[in-house]
Design a binder for this molecule. Structure first.
Ligand code: SF4
Length: 260
């Protein structure tokens, strides 16, 4: 209950964030102009907070809100085809109460999963700039500090992967000699956390068959199994590990663009 209040307080601050003028202006412009099919709706048009179970062992990290998806509905991965793909898979695995996420008041409940994004404001062309990714990293840090049970991080796409590695370095839980490369199915053992990579659930990947429901189901099942059966590497919580290691912001995000 305390953790829920911490995350709610974080959300209240996040939705007022105006650090990135380009993204703030874009979110508001999209919300004002709207897509014709949503002309009757009131768009969210501001930063989109994380969503899910505060006690989650699994944390899924996307790239950024979709202009007419999360930027419209106010819930991460909600109101577009990417979200349909993601929540259907979580529902099949028994982690989401329903297969479709359409709005903040649709009754959706997640069990053991928290979902958020590397960048909380919708970027033009789905391409945040490096300084915007870096500016938003602070919200990841705060969220990570609150999600004390998250032992498995699933990064959807290369930008989320890099954001997760940078987060791990800042928290002092990254222990690797060379920076691991993103790939679908890649797995890296951090101190207290398993990091898994998945192709992003964008239509660019799901419509072309690059990422199929079967592939995604298998990856989520692996993530869920890791979350339920912590290994020796995950025996130390991220918070504990962070306490025993210095924080560093030396790692900077890589270039823009939605990675597959
Ligand atoms: S992208 Fe992140 S840091 Fe930038 S304005 Fe939005 S919430 Fe704030």
């Amino acid at each position: 209950m305390v953790k829920r209040h911490v995350l709610q307080a974080l959300e209240a601050r996040l939705v007022r964030c105006r650090r990135c003028p380009r993204l703030v202006a874009w979110c508001q412009e999209v919300a004002r102009e709207k897509r014709r099919s949503y002309a009757h709706e009131s768009y969210w048009g501001k930063p989109v907070p994380g969503f899910g179970d505060p006690e989650a062992a699994m944390w899924m990290l996307g790239l950024a809100p979709g202009a007419h998806g999360a930027n419209r509905t106010g819930r991460v991965f909600t109101g577009d085809r990417s979200g349909d793909f993601l929540y259907s898979a979580l529902h099949r695995l028994g982690l989401a109460s329903q297969a479709h996420s359409v709005g903040r008041d649709d009754g959706m409940r997640l069990k053991d999963v928290w979902i958020s994004a590397a960048v909380r404001c919708a970027p033009p062309g789905n391409k945040p700039q490096p300084d915007e990714i870096e500016a938003c990293a602070d919200w990841l840090d705060r969220e990570c500090a609150a999600l004390t049970r998250a032992r498995v991080w699933v990064a959807l796409g290369g930008i989320a992967w890099d954001a997760a590695l940078d987060l791990a370095q800042r928290r002092g839980i990254a222990r690797f000699a060379a920076r691991p490369k993103f790939a679908h199915g890649a797995q890296v053992e951090l101190a207290g956390v398993h990091l898994l990579g998945s192709y992003h659930v964008s239509q660019q990947n799901t419509f072309t068959g690059r990422l199929t429901p079967q592939m995604f189901d298998a990856l989520l099942a692996r993530a869920h199994q890791l979350a339920r059966s912590p290994t020796r590497a995950a025996s130390e919580s991220p918070t504990d590990a962070a306490r025993s290691a210095p924080r560093s912001r030396s790692a900077r995000p890589r270039g823009p663009g939605r990675s597959p």
